[in-house]
Design a protein around this ligand. Structure first.
Ligand code: F6R
Length: 240
């Protein structure tokens, strides 16, 4: 992986947004892979200015994951977050931006449906990734197969605690999610993994330098030929 250490999250956002703007300029129907959570927000913020004068009406996108059983209209459903943070501010075409369907009704084929949509789009050009403190990417928690495809997973207690800040209480954090698999993520043409802060340092070091293991799902990125890791000093602090 190429490791880029930046001064702060804002600089990271600018760097990645520049790359995405270049991609869209050369291919107006670029397929983006979108992460939610706090980490990618500086990228989305920087894209507002970068893309202001560009035609983005043909840009396509796929989110990494969604909670199972959450009302899509709930402000913290990833459908809502992607609309609020990405689709609306950047002026993307809503029909071209996909989020896995977390509705309980039909959940048994929601993963396969999502895989089919990604394939029909010709695959993801650039996948933005955050990393969980337990080493997950997407919501592929420790123990996930490197070959996994989009499917339902159970969130670890650690992840539910980490994400409780978005809800009124931890009891409101859903227990299950539907997430692109590690195998799905590895099929994207370029992976951009972002991490900021001391709390991510161990996961970053183990993902990039540690032995590959299903118990450190992010270590799957070592199998990918084109990975860019963008971190601040704190998140890089345990790299050798
Ligand atoms: C979000 C996702 C997760 C997050 C990770 C880090 O779509 O797939 O892997 O990237 O949980 O979350 P933050 O960025 O909130 O620290």
């Amino acid at each position: 992986a190429e490791i880029v250490i930046v001064e702060n999250a804002e600089k990271a956002g600018a760097l990645v947004a520049d790359e995405i703007a270049r991609l869209i300029a050369s291919r107006p129907d670029t397929v983006l892979g979108l992460a939610t959570g706090s980490t990618p927000l500086p990228v989305y913020a920087a894209l507002r200015t970068r893309l202001a004068d560009q035609d983005v009406s043909k840009v396509r996108a796929f989110a990494l994951d969604e909670y199972v059983g959450i009302d899509p209209a709930h402000p913290e459903s990833y459908r809502s977050v992607i609309s609020r943070e990405v689709v609306e501010p950047l002026g993307l075409t809503p029909e071209l931006v996909h989020v896995p369907n977390g509705a309980v009704d039909g959940i048994e084929h929601a993963g396969d449906d999502y895989e089919a949509k990604i394939k029909a789009a010709g695959g993801i050009d650039l996948q933005i990734l955050g990393i969980g403190t337990d080493g997950h990417i997407g919501f592929n928690e420790p123990g996930s197969s490197f070959a996994s495809q989009t499917r339902v997973k159970t969130l670890t207690e650690r992840t539910r605690e980490d994400n409780a800040r978005f809800f009124d209480s931890i009891d409101d954090v859903p227990r299950h999610c539907i997430t692109q698999g590690l195998g799905t993520i590895l099929e994207a043409r370029h992976l951009v993994l972002l991490a900021f802060g001391e709390g991510k340092a161990r996961a970053v070091a183990e993902a990039v330098e540690g032995p590959m293991s299903a118990f450190m799902p992010a270590s799957a990125v070592q199998l990918h030929p084109h990975v860019t890791v963008v971190v601040d000093e704190a998140a890089a602090s345990q790299l050798k």
